[in-house]
Design a protein around this ligand. Structure first.
Ligand code: SF4
Ligand code: SF4
Ligand code: SF4
Length: 191
């Protein structure tokens, strides 16, 4: 069976340090004015018991299995590869930006240099291509990110998915994201 890559972000373990964002920028040569990944920090929020908490939410491409960005692309520049990774072929892009408009996760931006849409690729063109884990996963100091093949029941991501309660952003849209989130026990589930 072909691999199908996915990722988990554990909002309990995340501390909002942005190491993932910085490593992504460095490893994938992302210009300063744009980003493939951001961890938004909300708070501090006061709980009923008087304790204060921060909440951390990752924003990046969620690698939909049913992909709005691919469906609207008139040239097949936006596509899904054999392992379920959503990608952009810059050479086929005509710059219509239908894909950017169609993405419900606000995950795409126009790359300032080549002018085509860009987004998280699970580091396919850099680390994954060398058999390494994505940059954001490898630098996370709290192991809040888990990456792997969700079709392999023995993979770490499959084991975590079988043991933990997770949710997916905007699941009601039917996009079938392959980004799974362990909700913050101290906060509420975002949808
Ligand atoms: S590196 Fe890890 S702990 Fe830091 S913001 Fe990213 S996911 Fe959260
Ligand atoms: S999150 Fe947006 S860019 Fe990523 S696969 Fe889904 S629709 Fe496409
Ligand atoms: S998987 Fe790679 S491209 Fe995607 S956010 Fe992480 S470091 Fe960036």
């Amino acid at each position: 069976m072909a691999k199908k890559y996915g990722m988990i972000h554990d909002e309990n373990l995340c501390i909002g340090c942005q190491a993932c964002n910085i490593a992504c920028r460095s490893e994938n040569d992302i210009p300063e004015s744009v980003y493939r990944l951001q961890v938004w920090v909300n708070g501090p929020k006061k709980l009923a018991d008087g304790n204060m908490v921060f909440e951390y939410h990752r924003q990046s491409c969620v690698h939909c299995d049913d992909t709005p960005c691919v469906k609207v692309c008139p040239t097949k520049a936006s596509y899904i590869d054999e392992n379920g990774i959503s990608l952009v072929n810059v050479d086929l892009c005509v710059g219509c930006l239908y894909c950017n408009a169609a993405c419900p996760y606000d995950a795409r931006y126009v790359h300032p240099e080549h002018k085509a849409p860009d987004k998280c690729t699970f580091c396919k063109e850099s680390r994954l291509g060398r058999g390494e884990e994505p940059a954001c996963v490898t630098v996370c100091p709290t192991d809040a990110l888990v990456f792997g093949d969700i079709n392999d029941p023995k993979s770490k991501i499959s084991k975590v998915l079988s043991q933990r309660v997770t949710y997916r952003q905007k699941a009601h849209l039917g996009t079938e994201p392959k980004m799974f989130i362990v909700p913050n026990k101290k906060g509420g589930v975002q949808s």
